[in-house]
Design a protein around this ligand. Structure first.
Ligand code: MV4
Length: 649
């Protein structure tokens, strides 16, 4: 086994690799960008090396800096995690040329699976079923059209170098073929620098079922399947193992096909063979086809760990350090059912827009596995994937595991950023999902229902008002209330006004929009209208959150903040979280309404902010490169001439 490894990644996967390494007595070196100097993975590792600026190309994609860090710290091997350099064969070669071990497959194995057409041809030869279609060299439009006619409509045009749905076009009839081909080729050229396409029969309502494989360079085993059909725009949302409805016959066929795929390329380490499945007539062993092979450890690997009891990172370290695979296929067992939900900082209501912010409060329930790269107080920055955590549950049956997932999601507490938590919980309650009736279109079909924000009920609003009044603290010593407060108080929360009264000893009456909630403190817990409230009130700056079940957040309507906003005719605020690309004015400069003040970049799009009125720049509040949150002031204009400040007296 290695004495020390370097983890060329960040976030939850870096933390998760460090956990297994530590358990095996392996020393760990983290690398980090300037944006991650205080990140959890840096704090967890034995040593940490800065490798550059926050943009991935300046740090986590800099193979040279990462290899230099490994050599400087005496690490013997590099674990790439997923994303970044994990499937870059040139990096693998550079690691090996430096005398280090890459914890993963050979450069040749990665290259063999890099292009869809070559991978399909290779798999066909190895006896792995591939989607009927054309994946040859001839890219002449007439030839491709002939191939499509032969396959039969509808067909799918896919970029040979593609992934994640880029350069993919559905063609339902002959007349649409040529424009679709041109569109796919253009997109493929732009995205991958390679316009080549292949043509496939279109599988309607497919399921995405993938098989975890593990090889030692010659032999491979499979560790059963995962169903990743719950996706939104090619982003996986909830994954599970095993696949609902899987039969022993189908599992054996898919497992054998995946092992053939891995052995055909002399695969070493953890990999995943993705299949597309036509489940329109149930799961049948003649209705699955190879899609692609991911030559890395995947995000959703924990569901496989949960149902097999295997630590896949331990296996990766063992095989990379030269140990042979010790488990044979017949030694492996499938135990129960597992789910993983991906908790993201994202604004579901705004079309799943990635969000940023400081996680002022973060708490996961007991008894579930939460893989995370952040702690309370950490920031989700705009530089990287906004995943907060993966929540993984296990149970003896699918129904029990799914009810554990629902409970875990309803008991997870996050404040400081919007999240997809209630969307995930709605999915966990979805009838079709509960019935195991999953396909890749489920989320899109029921999007409205899944993203409808639940209005807080009276109980939740009353608790928020109690929290805003400061009555939740102090262990029920309500008597103190009368010492400092009047018997009747108005509480203003964003979108809600409440009146709090004390009708008697230990009792609080909250009136909201004419509805009355009689609240009482019983043994340290609140009861509302005769029932235990069963919720937790959490305070974070400017906010009261009520957790359980689910989460509701109420901004404190701060009269001071509102005053600043009104007076802030002079302030230009960032409309969203992002990075300041440019500041176009300086203090003292005269500007006219509409003049450009600053440029913010968020999610690879630039937004220019302009002056709301004529004036003089009093203050520039940010510098280029700064990370800003939504509502952050960027530039302040001097008060208009003749406008006097309010004075006392
Ligand atoms: C398909 C397909 C139907 N028929 N291929 C989407 C991304 C890429 N990995 C392959 N994808 C698909 N390929 C044929 N021949 C439907 C999809 C597809 C999909 C596949 C897996 C998971 C989610 C998906 C969402 C939309 C389309």
């Amino acid at each position: 086994m290695f004495a020390k490894i370097l983890i060329a990644n960040r976030g939850e996967i870096a933390c998760r690799v460090i956990d297994s390494a530590r358990r095996l007595g392996v020393g760990t070196v983290a690398v980090y960008s300037d944006a991650d100097a205080t990140a959890r993975h840096v704090a967890m590792a034995d040593e940490a090396v800065p490798i550059g600026g926050p943009a991935p190309r300046d740090s986590y994609l800099r193979g040279d800096a990462i290899i230099a860090a490994a050599l400087a710290t005496g690490a013997e091997a590099i674990h790439p995690g997923y994303g970044f350099l994990s499937e870059n064969p040139d990096f693998v070669e550079a690691v090996e040329a430096a005398g280090l071990t890459f914890i993963g497959p050979s450069a040749a194995a990665i290259r063999a699976m890099g292009l869809k057409d070559a991978a399909k041809a290779l798999m066909e030869k190895a006896g792995v079923p591939v989607v009927p279609g054309y994946h040859g060299e001839n890219q002449d439009p007439g030839h491709l059209f002939g191939a499509a006619e032969a396959i039969g409509w509808p067909v799918l045009i896919k970029a040979v170098a593609g992934g994640g749905g880029k350069g993919m076009r559905l063609v339902e009839r002959a007349a649409d073929f040529l424009p679709a081909l041109e569109g796919a080729r253009g997109e493929a050229q732009t995205a991958f620098g390679n316009p080549a396409v292949l043509i496939e029969k279109y599988i309607e309502k497919p399921r995405h079922i993938e098989v975890q494989v593990f090889g030692d360079g010659s032999r491979a085993v499979h560790l059963y399947e995962r169903d990743c059909s719950l996706q939104r725009r090619h982003q996986k949302v909830i994954e599970e193992a095993p696949a609902p409805g899987m039969t022993e016959e189908m599992r054996a066929a898919m497992g054998q096909a995946a092992v053939r795929a891995a052995e055909a390329i002399g695969y070493r380490g953890a990999g995943t063979v993705e299949f597309i499945v036509d489940a329109s007539a149930g799961l049948r062993p003649d209705r699955f086809w190879f899609m692609e092979m991911n030559t890395r450890l995947q995000v959703e690997h924990p569901v496989t760990e949960a149902v097999t009891g295997i630590d896949l990172v331990e296996w990766q370290l063992r095989v990379a350090s030269g140990e042979p695979l010790t488990s044979r296929q017949e030694d492996l067992r499938l135990d129960g059912h597992a789910f993983e939900a991906r908790l993201y900082a994202e604004d579901v209501a705004a079309g799943f827009l990635p969000a940023t912010g400081t996680l002022t409060h973060l708490r996961f329930p007991q008894g579930v596995r939460a893989d995370t790269g952040v702690r309370a107080g950490d920031t989700i920055s705009p530089w990287y994937d906004p995943m907060i955590a993966k929540i993984i549950v296990h149970g003896p049956t699918r129904a029990i595991a799914l009810s554990r997932l629902r409970a875990a999601l309803e008991a997870t507490e996050v404040a400081g950023s919007v999240t997809n938590l209630s969307f995930l919980a709605a999915l966990a309650r979805h009838e079709g999902f509960r019935a195991g009736d999953v396909d890749t279109g489920l989320i899109a079909r029921d999007l409205g229902r899944l993203t409808a924000a639940a209005a807080p009920d009276l109980r939740v609003r009353a608790l928020a008002a109690l929290g805003a009044a400061g009555l939740d603290a102090g262990g029920g010593r309500l008597a103190g209330f009368t010492l400092w407060a009047p018997l009747r108080r108005q509480i203003a929360l964003e979108g809600m006004a409440a009146v709090i009264e004390l009708p008697g000893e230990g009792q609080v009456r909250v009136t909201i929009d004419g509805e009355v909630a009689d609240c009482r403190r019983v043994g340290g817990a609140w009861w509302v209208n005769g029932r235990p409230a069963g919720a937790r009130i959490v305070h974070t700056p400017g906010m009261v959150s009520v957790f359980g079940p689910g989460a509701h957040h109420f901004a404190l309507a701060d009269p001071l903040a509102r005053h600043a906003e009104a007076a802030g005719g002079g302030q230009t605020l960032s409309p969203m979280p992002g990075v300041v690309k440019a500041v176009l004015v300086a203090a003292g400069q005269q500007v006219a309404a509409g003049d450009r003040l600053a440029v913010i970049e968020a999610m690879k799009m630039e937004h220019t902010l302009t002056a709301a009125r004529d004036g003089i720049v009093a203050e520039v509040l940010v510098a280029p490169g700064a990370q800003v949150e939504a509502g952050a002031p960027l530039v302040r204009l001097a008060e208009e001439a003749g406008e006097e400040k309010e004075t006392a007296g």
